[in-house]
Design a protein around this ligand. Sequence first.
Ligand code: ACO
Length: 331
Amino acid sequence: MTEIKASTGPKYARIYSVGSATPSRVIDNEFLLQYIDSSDEWITQRTGIKERRWVAEGENIETLAMEAAGKAIERAGIDRAEIGAVILSTISHYHQTPALAPKLAHQLGIPDAAAYDISAACAGFCYGLAQAESIVRAGQAKYVLVIAGEVISEITNLEDRGTAFLFGDGAGAVIVGPSETNGIGPVVWGSDGGQENVIWQTADWHTAVETGVFPKLGMDGRAVFKWATSFIARATKKCLDGAGLTPDQLDVFIPHQANDRITDTLLRYLKLPETVVVARTIRQLGNNSAATVPMAMDALLSSGEATSGQTALIIGFGAGLVYAGQVITLP
Ligand code: ACO
């Protein structure tokens, strides 16, 4: 048998930087009451959400992704020619092909990078990060740019009182590269396609063309809530176990921002000390699907609530159903 040379890479990887972008249009709960029978009080009490950001004229998934990625590259202080892979996680880019990542790489001045989109809904960033970590450690690329970008407002059914208030638009991005010490713990990830009907697209593209009705997002909120507070709670513990840590060794917790009450349940399950900084960006940004975790990470670092070098647990979960989480060192 002919021996084929294998690629080899650095022992460890870490996140070098994070950047994010939020669109300019602020949508408060009051605005949504023209479409759904609800109240500011109900939305705030049941979810924590006070407002979210939606794209305005001239803003879209590309502008948001470019802004977030540009910041991440700038902050990493690396030569962009050394970025060997660009991964975009999204469920709201309209083109099934070509993927948006190659175009973003081109526009960002990254030459000849492997570039592709992934679809893992609200777990998308953590899926992308897991791939980036493996790519770097396998020596397949020196640096990987992971972007997560969503314009969920365009696929939100404004008349559905179960989802209309939940989502916001935005993007987040990180640079992953080689490290002397480990900065990204083992990913805990999985899926349950048996629950494909818990969060869904209201029609496939073929049916949409036949009926002329643009597909939107549908969700059985109670089922997601139940899954998140039981199965996902156990997954958060597995992330810590996999990284060899106990809850008291954690500085920061960045769970997917689906509902403040889900976050509260996860906190109780993990018995996290009160000193742990917990992301609550849902209050101002809503649920940003794949972009949630990096947007929250950037917000905590920018506000000074979290600092570089701290240990954080991140986890995303959503349509599929899919989930992914890991322990990381904050950039
Ligand atoms: N305003 C006022 N009342 C409402 C509204 C509303 N917008 N929506 C529902 N209600 C009422 C219901 O009719 C019900 O009334 P009843 O008790 O008289 O029957 C009551 O409020 C409770 O309804 P529930 O559906 O049980 O509301 P719940 O407390 O579960 O909250 C919510 C709904 C916020 C959607 C919650 O289930 C949730 O956050 N689920 C998780 C969402 C999530 O995590 N999504 C993540 C993935 S998204 C992705 O992957 C793209």
